[in-house]
Design a protein around this ligand. Structure first.
Ligand SMILES: C[S@@+](CC[C@H](N)C(=O)[O-])C[C@H]1O[C@@H](n2cnc3c(N)ncnc32)[C@H](O)[C@@H]1O
Length: 267
């Protein structure tokens, strides 16, 4: 953003790389500074990104069971509900009460592009439905979505209706740890998008995958660099999945020497 860089090249670049735009809401990560300066920054952002009606400052990391971040209102209409469009689908999102990251849209398309019509898919940590709905819409798969946050589930159900995939997507409001007592079927593909603690669910996920099926296992891993982090994840997985075919990729960097990786695991 040209005007943001005018404040200072370094600060402008730092702010830009931290902006999340969800629908008409912008979420900023700001360093310590005076309120007046924050106001100026908001005005520049609102003038440069025409669609932005509301701006929040993120005041905590993504945290807690529901993986949400604390927000402080800085500018414009004080509301947290919006409609976000990505990959040809529309998603109703509450940025204060549910997890959502616009930064994962390419990853969601990568997974949806691998899915084939007729596959049965289980998404163990579904949020408001961005993976599940895209998979149902693009590939026509039947999807079971599991989500602990009741409000995220209700938005997911609305989103399934909005995108006309409600007959393909079944949303279950429960802890994924209890799924084995609720569902007996096998799946062609299981998604485990809870990178902060997915290791606690790997065995449960594995039991749901049919022979020859695939798991997409998301994990936060520290390491000197990307290759080191991948080597650590591979060692972690090899300890229990001796015979599986693994393919590891970086999804994004989530901190200094801290990576979000995904392992595509073919059983
Ligand atoms: C990192 S978010 C991913 C959400 C979604 N896949 C997305 O990309 O937007 C993880 C989600 O898992 C949910 N969650 C956390 N623990 C859970 C559990 N034990 N069982 C089911 N859902 C859980 C959180 O509420 C959150 O919505």
């Amino acid at each position: 953003m040209r005007l943001l860089r005018k404040i200072s090249e370094k600060l402008g670049r730092e702010i830009e790389s931290g902006i999340d735009i969800v629908g008409d809401i912008a979420i900023l990560k700001l360093p310590n500074m005076e309120e007046q300066k924050k106001k100026e920054i908001c005005e520049i952002i609102a003038s440069e990104i025409k669609n932005v009606k509301t701006i929040f400052e993120q005041t905590s990391p993504v945290e807690g069971e529901y993986r949400v971040r604390k927000l402080r209102h800085l500018y414009g209409v004080d509301k947290t509900l919006t409609i976000h469009k990505e990959n040809g689908i529309s998603l109703k999102v509450d940025v204060a009460r549910c997890y959502f990251s616009p930064r994962l849209s390419t990853e969601r398309m990568r997974i949806a592009s691998q899915c084939k019509t007729g596959e049965k898919v289980l998404n163990m940590f579904a949020g408001v439905g961005p993976f599940s709905i895209l998979i149902a819409k693009k590939a026509g798969c039947e999807v079971v979505s599991c989500e602990l946050n009741k409000y995220a589930c209700s938005l997911h159900k609305e989103n399934s209706l909005i995108n006309k995939v409600d007959s393909l997507v079944n949303v279950i409001n429960t802890d994924s740890g209890y799924l084995s007592s609720m569902i007996r079927e096998d799946f062609d593909r299981v998604l485990i998008p809870l990178p902060s603690s997915s290791n606690n669910y790997l065995q449960i996920a594995r039991n749901f995958v049919r022979k020859g099926g695939i798991m997409h296992y998301y994990r936060h891993v520290g390491g000197r660099d990307e290759d080191d982090a991948k080597a650590r994840l591979e060692a972690e997985l090899r300890a229990t999945l001796h015979e599986a075919q693994l393919s590891l990729r970086k999804v994004r960097e989530v901190g200094p020497r801290f990576f979000e990786l995904v392992a595509d695991i073919k059983l």
